[in-house]
Design a protein around this ligand. Structure first.
Ligand SMILES: [Fe+2]
Ligand SMILES: [Fe+2]
Length: 372
């Protein structure tokens, strides 16, 4: 998905430059034609030199004496030049539309909007008028082609609306699951909200794209979904866990992976990856699989740091909240063993923003983590 998007952006970057070049050529031709018009208005020369001038500025047509025999030469020349300027302004407007569409693609916005479909329809009509002065056949072909593109954009806008609806439903499902997990696992108030905020902040600092960061923000809310399958007596035990009980708790990441195994949708699949990987460690001493280094997904490595930082700085039934500075030192101390080095670098740099989020979503404040 991400690869396809990058490929599309790369291609549209190339076409974007090409269109700019074409637009520049049209602008230069138009400027030359305006110059020609000024020249013609003050011109007083022979027929052949005017014919030569027409032919030098026209791309598709060739004029000879029979074309202009019935006209006053100077009037004819002025009309042709004015039409040339008009049709080129149309081309420039059309190029401007294409450049705008490509700009949207480059910034990962969808170009399939009803507005663009409408603009293309307008361009179809304008292009016909502009092309008529060049070549009748091209005009006749261009019109249905542009109208077809407009219809495709209209259809794309419809599909986009459907896709938006699907991801909205996905988001709502994620939020509901996260709320259920949070209630069930007796975690302090806004744990899930804070972990998802910290994860997004770290991901952004790490250099992931804004779209990836947003996906991590959402998917990380389900990191502990496997706790739904852990007995309440263990989850809610108001004292330190025995080794046996801890072994049961440790099963929650594997359970999370199983629960989300067959769900569809990219965010849900990322949620599965995070549920599985958020207790793995680069040194291989994590669980459930004991993965090492880059074998752990980057999303899992990010959420691991966010999760532990929040667990340390929050009060739990069996412990007091740590001082943020001590929690910070504890996390940094475990770089390379429990936590990924690159992720810790991002955590350190983004730490002031993380602290700001911690204060904003402190447990005393009642809030829902439904995405804004
Ligand atoms: Fe967990
Ligand atoms: Fe957690």
């Amino acid at each position: 998905m991400e690869e396809t998007r990058k490929l599309i952006v790369r291609h549209s970057n190339r076409i974007y430059r090409l269109f700019w070049l074409a637009a520049l050529v049209f602008i230069l031709l138009t400027v030359a034609a305006v110059g020609g018009l000024v020249y013609l208005l003050a011109f007083d020369g022979d027929a052949q030199s005017i014919i030569d001038m027409f032919n030098s500025i026209s791309l598709f047509s060739h004029y000879d004496e029979s074309d202009i025999a019935e006209f006053d030469l100077r009037t004819f020349a002025i009309i042709v030049d004015a039409l040339f300027i008009f049709s080129h302004i149309m081309f420039i407007l059309f190029m401007n539309l294409l450049i705008k569409v490509l700009k949207q693609i480059r910034s990962s916005e969808t170009p399939f909007t009803k507005d663009n479909a409408k603009r293309l329809r307008r361009a179809a009509f304008l292009s016909v008028i502009a092309l008529l002065f060049y070549n009748f056949i091209i005009a006749i072909v261009a019109f249905p082609v542009l109208m077809l593109f407009s219809a495709l954009f209209e259809y794309g806008a419809y599909l986009q609306a459907k896709a938006d609806e699907t991801s909205r439903i996905q988001e709502e499902m994620i939020v509901s699951f996260a709320e259920i997990t949070e209630n069930k696992s007796a975690q302090t108030g806004n744990h899930v909200k804070r972990v998802s905020e910290y994860s997004q902040i770290i991901a952004r600092q790490y250099g992931l794209t804004e779209e990836e960061c947003e996906r991590i923000r959402l998917a990380s809310t389900m990191h502990d979904i496997g706790k739904l399958l852990i007995p309440a007596e263990i989850l809610e035990k108001p004292a330190r866990l025995t080794d046996e009980e801890f072994a049961v708790i440790k099963k929650h990441s594997g359970y999370g992976g199983e629960l989300l195994e067959h769900v569809e949708g990219d965010i849900m699949q990322l949620a599965r990856t995070i549920a599985l990987d958020h207790h793995e460690r680069p040194d291989g001493r994590g669980y459930p699989e004991g993965k090492t280094g880059d074998g752990i997904s980057i999303e899992g490595r990010i959420v691991a740091v966010a999760d532990v930082y929040d667990a340390l700085t929050s009060r739990r039934s069996y412990k007091q909240a740590w001082d943020p500075n001590e929690a910070y030192s504890e996390i940094v101390k475990n770089t390379g063993t429990q936590f990924d080095e690159g992720v810790i670098e991002a955590f350190k740099t983004a730490y002031p923003t993380i602290e700001e989020a911690r204060r904003r979503y402190a447990d005393s404040k009642e809030l829902s983590f439904i995405p804004a």
